[in-house]
Design a protein around this ligand. Structure first.
Ligand code: R5P
Length: 295
C-alpha cells in the first residue's frame, strides 16, 4: 500500500507510513496566485493500493477541495484501491434536518466521497454513527479515547475520575473506554442545545469528585461551552484538577478564554487537528485498524 499525505495531515501521514512500513508517495502541491490549489503526483500510482490521509479541520472548505482534487487524481490515474482516512470529518454535525429546509451536509459528504472513487473511509470519533450509515461504501469510525487516556495515565493523576459531558451513546462509550484504560470510574452530565441560538445548558448533577483529578472526554471542542459548563461544576464540587481529552480540538473563537475561565487545567487534543494542543497521535489507531484488516 502507498500513503498519500494531504496538505492538512503531512506529519500524520508520515507517522502512519512509519508504523505500517508503507511508503509515502512523492507529491507536489502549491497555490496559484489566485489561491487555487495545484496537485501533482511525482511517481506512478496506477495499479497501487492507496491510502489518502487528509483531516478536514478549519478552514474546512479549503481542506475539502484539496481532498477532492487528490481523490479525483488517484481515481483518474487508476489506483487499484483507495482508502481515505479523514480524522476530522467536517460537516458531520448536520446529520439531520433539525430545522425545516436545512442542507444535510453529512449526506452530501458521503455522496461526494463515493462519487470521487473512495472504496472505504476511516474517521476518528465521528459525531454520530448515523453519519456513517449514509455511506454506501464501508465507512468506519475509530476512537481516540484509548490513546488520549494513555496520555493521562502517564500524568500521575490523583484518584482519577472520567466524565462524559453529555449523555449521547457515543459520548458514554468514549468515556467508558478512557475510564477502562485509566482504571477509573466514569459518570456523565446531560445537556441541551438551543438549535436557534446555539446556547448550551448543562443540567447540574452531584458527582463524587472531591479532591480527585477529573478527565473530561469529548469528541469535539468547538466553542468550548460544553466542556466549560462541566468543568465549572466539577471544580465547584471540589475536583482537584480538571483535564480535557478531546479527539478534535477545534477551539474556535473564544473557546480558550471560556475554558481557562472555567478552571480547566490542561487540554489534550490529537493530531486530527494540527495545533499546539495536539499532544496525542491518531496514527497508531489507524495503523492498528489497517493491520487488523490485513494490509
Ligand atoms: C456534542 O454533541 C459534542 O459531543 C461536543 O460536546 C460538542 O460538539 C462541543 O461543542 P462546543 O465546544 O461548542 O460546546
Amino acid at each position: 500500500m502507498k500513503i498519500i499525505g494531504g496538505p492538512s495531515s503531512l506529519e500524520l501521514a508520515s507517522k502512519i507510513s512509519k508504523l505500517t512500513a508503507c511508503p509515502l508517495v512523492a507529491v507536489n502541491t502549491k497555490r496559484f496566485p489566485d489561491g487555487e490549489f495545484y496537485f501533482r503526483f511525482e511517481e506512478k500510482i496506477s495499479g497501487e493500493d492507496t491510502l489518502i490521509v487528509q483531516s478536514l479541520y478549519p478552514p474546512q472548505d479549503t481542506r475539502l477541495i484539496e481532498l477532492f482534487m487528490i481523490l479525483h487524481t488517484v481515481r483518474d490515474l487508476k489506483a487499484k484501491t483507495i482508502i481515505v482516512f479523514i480524522p476530522y470529518l467536517a460537516y458531520s454535525r448536520q446529520d439531520e434536518r433539525y430545522l425545516e429546509g436545512e442542507c444535510l451536509s453529512a449526506s452530501l459528504m458521503a455522496e461526494l466521497l463515493q462519487h470521487l472513487g473512495a472504496d472505504s473511509i476511516y474517521t476518528i470519533d465521528v459525531h454520530n454513527q448515523k453519519v456513517l450509515d449514509m455511506y454506501k461504501i464501508p465507512a468506519h469510525t475509530l476512537t481516540a479515547s484509548g490513546e488520549l487516556a494513555k496520555y493521562f495515565v502517564s500524568q500521575d493523576l490523583k484518584n482519577p475520575f472520567v466524565v462524559a459531558p453529555d449523555a449521547e451513546e457515543m459520548a458514554l462509550k468514549r468515556a467508558e473506554t478512557a475510564a477502562k484504560t485509566i482504571g477509573a470510574e466514569y459518570d456523565y452530565f446531560e445537556k441541551k442545545r438551543n438549535r436557534h441560538t446555539g446556547e448550551i445548558v448543562t443540567y447540574s448533577k452531584k458527582v463524587n469528585v472531591k479532591g480527585r483529578d477529573v478527565v473530561i472526554i469529548d469528541d469535539i471542542i468547538s466553542t468550548g461551552k460544553t466542556s466549560a459548563n462541566v468543568a465549572k461544576m466539577l471544580k465547584k464540587q471540589g475536583a482537584r484538577r480538571v483535564f480535557i481529552g478531546v479527539s478534535h480540538a477545534l477551539l474556535l473563537g473564544n473557546a480558550l478564554k471560556i475554558l481557562n475561565a472555567s478552571g480547566v487545567d490542561e487540554i489534550v487534543g490529537t493530531d486530527s487537528v494540527v495545533n499546539s494542543y495536539a499532544k496525542v497521535s491518531v496514527a497508531p489507531i489507524l495503523a492498528n485498524a489497517l493491520k487488523a484488516g490485513k494490509l
